[in-house]
Design a protein around this ligand. Structure first.
Ligand code: FAD
Length: 398
């Protein structure tokens, strides 16, 4: 039977070639060459495991073709510089009993239904705009400011960069990321792929009403893009893609409680959340708790301004792993010290958890949650699954 076939494809203009999807796919249906990352239609079983791990959303693309035999081949996909338009499939091709008026819409709706099924945005979050600008069509931004936000004495050079989009629309929500394209080419002579950076300002702008966007960027040794960004000066122009991300978002409900756990530049989205909440509720209690880890106060981004945030709005637990003559302390250690607080928040159905920063932090934080849940007589993995399903558990590590 020649029924229309829904094919999983990847947008080559958005994909940053991190290959996380390829490493995740249990069917080994995803592969890549020097040009593109592609999906083998004969192997993909729509398990959706690759969807939540993609940092850009380029993985969540679908085309309906006349039948499985007509699926785009790997060779087709390797040759794409952009996704092909969705071709019209006539209703007469449809051997199934789906909505005959608009079979494509019905099939695409079905395809997207499961997408991100394991990771959901908070129910009250605003609808994000994604992929407005891509590799082929970036938007030009102008640097309004570039300020070091770690102490000069620290090895970590982390900067607060403010971008302005010269009147072009660039709608972002707190928790989203943008792509920055460093000029020049890589060792293969190809244009650099965009690197992702979390937005650290609220949706109405670094300065309220100005819709400028700030980023928090750490200079990496020999890093192509981070050095390019950290060296930008006021007035410099750069190419930006995005915005990206549709799940790691702030609930619009001002009573939602936020449990934020971060290290290093993982503080970027937490800054955006905190400023948005402060603008929404003023000095009144913000219901926000933060566990923030760094080596030393010198290397903790925004140390000075963060200390001025009222503790009624944000309860801060700043944790250091390299203080002279002090035992190392990591975020997971402090979470366990504050077990009663964390347990009480875990039991509240209005608590949302956000974890952002270094990949290495994940295991320790998981262990802390496991122990704390156990002390409540609960199994953390079961509780986490419920929270994730309700859009209340979010992780972004890199
Ligand atoms: P790259 O050039 O990509 O190099 C990466 C590392 O590899 C460097 O340390 C470099 O020294 C090393 N390296 C490069 N070439 C070689 C080689 N030939 N041999 C050995 N080592 C090599 N970062 C932030 O600072 N702030 C953020 O808010 C932020 N948000 C992010 C959000 C998301 C969703 C993701 C996925 C990442 C985020 N990142 C963020 C990380 C960021 O995207 C970049 O990965 C980071 O800035 C490094 O990029 P780069 O181009 O400077 O380094």
């Amino acid at each position: 039977m020649n029924a229309p076939f829904k094919q999983h494809v990847i947008d080559p203009e958005i994909c940053i070639r991190c290959y996380t999807c390829e490493m995740t796919c249990p069917e080994h249906a995803i592969e890549h060459n020097d040009d593109n990352v592609v999906v083998d239609a004969s192997k993909c079983n729509f398990c959706m495991d690759c969807i939540p791990v993609c940092p850009t959303g380029s993985i969540d693309e679908w085309r309906v073709v006349g039948s499985k035999d007509e699926a785009y081949s790997l060779e087709d996909q390797y040759s794409w510089e952009e996704l092909p338009e969705q071709e019209e499939i006539s209703a007469s091709d449809d051997g199934t009993e789906t909505d005959a008026d608009d079979p494509i819409a019905a099939l695409l709706a079905q395809a997207h239904k499961g997408a991100g099924g394991k990771v959901k945005a908070p129910a009250s979050a605003a609808k994000p705009t994604i992929n407005l600008y891509n590799l082929g069509h970036p938007v030009e931004a102008v640097v309004q400011g570039n300020y070091r936000i770690t102490s000069e004495s620290s090895d970590a050079d982390t900067r607060h960069i403010i971008l302005e989009f010269q009147g072009k629309p660039f709608p972002v929500l707190e928790g989203q990321s943008v792509g920055i394209i460093a000029p020049g080419t890589d060792a293969q002579g190809k244009a650099h792929l965009p690197r992702l950076y979390s937005v650290s300002s609220p949706r109405d702008g670094e300065r309220a009403g100005y819709h400028n966007v700030s980023l928090t960027v750490k200079r990496e040794d020999d890093g192509v893009c981070s050095n390019y960004i950290c060296d930008l000066e006021k007035g410099d122009k750069l190419n930006v893609t995005g915005p990206f991300g549709s799940t790691f978002l702030l609930p619009s409900d001002p009573d939602a409680r936020l449990l934020m756990i971060c290290t290093g530049t993982g503080a970027a989205p937490m800054r955006a959340f905190t400023m948005a909440r402060q603008r929404a509720v003023g000095a009144k209690s913000g219901g926000m708790v933060m566990f923030f880890g760094a080596r030393t106060p010198d290397s903790l981004p925004y140390f000075g301004p963060l200390n001025k945030v009222p503790s009624d709005l944000l309860q801060k637990h700043l944790v250091y792993s390299r203080l002279p003559d002090q035992p190392k302390e990591y975020v997971q250690d402090r979470m366990q010290v504050e077990e009663d607080l964390v347990a009480e928040m875990l039991q509240d159905p209005n608590t949302y958890i956000y974890i952002c920063g270094m990949k290495e932090m994940e295991d320790g934080v998981e262990r802390a949650f496991t122990n704390i849940a156990e002390s409540m007589g609960q199994q953390w993995t079961a509780l986490r699954d419920v929270m994730r399903e309700e859009g209340r558990f979010h992780v972004e590590t890199y």
